[in-house]
Design a protein around this ligand. Structure first.
Ligand code: SAM
Length: 250
């Protein structure tokens, strides 16, 4: 891996691609959102294999954030996905709930509307240090200022309200399952990694993690199997002025 190369995008299947291109212990942070449904490429073989690859390429004492949503017919699936990462060697440290401002209304009278997704925070080794105040929120009770530090900031906890705009018809050029830039931004800031660190997203989609990396001065490696989605992501990064030093189109 070239040290100076900042943005590397691969229109490739991620398990075989990561195996081919990346050494053991070469990545500082992983932020990703695997496909949730079979229709989008989900399978247990894929999850098992990508969990093993993520564990292999991540440096010791580093973090992996896996975002996964609810599925009406498969309520335990997000937790089973986290268990596969645990079985690959990761410690399952935190379960963060992403609280949204929009939802697709559920019909009928059996379920309530779903406003959340999960972000599993997993670690390889336990000698890492979070920067909790990098994503800190002000104290509600200001008398707490000075109790733990002298700033009006506290750890945001494990419920993250991250609003996002609904996708209008003219914006369909992005990705139906993209997460807001604020989600990978928070994960990267919380991880405390220094600028210039290598961040991997095996399921890059429209390369939202890449956008956050570009903004925060990180090096980004993104994989995406679907060519149309990949080109959307590539164009999104190019528009920001991101210099893509390695581009592999399948
Ligand atoms: C939940 S979406 C990720 C969306 C992304 N976070 C964004 O903001 O655009 C999952 C993506 O994984 C891609 N995908 C599915 N199987 C894959 C595989 N084996 N290798 C690489 N990408 C894959 C899908 O095409 C889809 O774009």
């Amino acid at each position: 891996m070239k040290k100076k190369c900042r943005l590397q995008l691969f229109n490739e299947e991620c398990v075989s691609g990561i195996r081919r291109h990346f050494d053991d212990n070469s990545i500082d942070l992983i932020v990703t959102s695997p496909p949730y449904k079979e229709l989008d490429g989900f399978s247990w073989t894929l999850i098992k294999n990508i969990a093993l690859q993520c564990y292999r390429v991540l440096k010791n004492n580093s973090l992996c954030f896996v975002n996964f949503g609810h599925l009406a017919g498969y309520k335990s699936r997000p937790f089973q996905v986290a268990m596969e990462f645990k079985d690959a060697g990761f410690e399952w440290i935190d379960t963060i709930t992403w609280v949204k401002n929009h939802y697709t209304p559920v019909q009928g009278n059996k379920r309530v509307n779903n406003l959340t997704e999960f972000i599993f925070k997993l670690a390889k080794g336990n000698n890492y240090s979070l920067d909790r105040l990098a994503i800190g929120v002000p104290y509600t009770d200001k008398s707490n200022i000075g109790r733990y530090n002298d700033k009006d900031l506290r750890c945001p906890g494990n419920a993250w309200f991250i609003p996002y705009k609904t996708i209008q018809r003219k914006e369909q050029k992005y990705h139906k399952d993209r997460f807001p830039v604020e989600l990978p931004r928070r994960c990267i800031k919380l991880s405390g990694i220094p600028k210039g660190s290598f961040v991997l997203d095996p399921f890059g989609g429209s390369m939202t993690t890449g956008v956050a990396c570009y903004e925060l001065g990180m090096k980004f490696i993104g994989f995406e199997i679907d060519k149309n989605t990949f080109m959307i992501g590539k164009n999104r990064i190019s528009k920001l002025g991101g210099n893509i030093c390695k581009l592999q189109i399948g």
